[in-house]
Design a protein around this ligand. Structure first.
Ligand code: DX5
Ligand code: ZN
Length: 221
């Protein structure tokens, strides 16, 4: 079954623990936490304290999406704060720094993710020798919740499936996911759907979650 990872960026920042508990009670598989530095991404969001508060509130895995430059400075901080998947952006690493990051993450028994902006090709990094547990394909530009889904990025899901699926790597699609596009994303082979506005931005959030989950549960990727 394809997993749903509600993006807490779209939730109430004054009540992060309660927001996390709420989506866990709906049946969320992971919680997606967008970490931005105001430099790589044009927004400032959460630090390790927020991740710790969310960690203490729920049991499901925390998917920390680091949209920050020089992520090697902070991967251990977010691992220690309670992140399970620590995802760095392909545009912010070299093959050498990624190997350092891989070591830091495995030392902390966490999982490494690599994310790609819409304009970045998966082939920009040689990942065959790196233990990548998650590939995040962004279908909006980093920065904000509620942006419009970019269908022109869909082809990367096929590529990710070809290159990574046999290694058991999760394929996550992040940005603008809603009821209108989740089928095509699942059909292509996504294994995790990130959803911010299409859950937290709805009047009936439980129903919005369940409608998305219903679609996700039709696919066995
Ligand atoms: C964008 C973030 C996304 C965003 C998703 O920079 O990486 O995770 O929160 O939110 P929606 O689903 O509203 O596009
Ligand atoms: Zn994200």
């Amino acid at each position: 079954m394809v997993k749903i990872a509600p993006s807490i960026l779209a939730g109430d920042h004054g009540n992060l623990a309660a927001e996390a508990r709420k989506v866990e009670s709906f049946g969320a598989d992971w919680i997606h936490i967008d970490i931005m530095d105001g430099e790589f991404a044009p927004n400032l969001t959460f630090g390790p304290g927020a991740v710790k508060a969310i960690r203490n509130a729920v049991k499901i895995p925390l998917d920390c999406h680091l949209m920050i430059n020089r992520p090697e400075r902070f991967v251990e901080t977010f691992a220690e704060a309670g992140g399970d998947y620590i995802t760095v952006h392909a545009e912010t690493v070299t093959e050498e720094s990624l190997r350092t990051i891989e070591r830091l993450i495995s030392k902390n028994d966490k999982k490494l993710g690599v994310a790609f902006k819409p304009s970045t090709e998966l082939s920009c990094l040689q990942l065959s020798e790196i233990d990548v547990s998650l590939v995040t394909i962004m279908t909006v530009n980093p920065g904000f919740s509620g942006q419009k889904f970019m269908p022109e990025v869909l082809y990367k899901i096929d590529e990710a499936k070809r290159s990574f699926r046999s290694r058991g790597t999760e394929i996550e699609v992040d940005g603008g996911i809603d009821l209108s596009n989740s089928r095509s994303v699942c059909e292509r082979g996504a294994t995790v759907l990130v959803a911010g506005n299409s859950i937290f931005g709805q009047l009936d959030q439980k129903k919005a979650f369940e409608d998305l989950k219903k679609i996700a549960s039709l696919y066995n990727n």
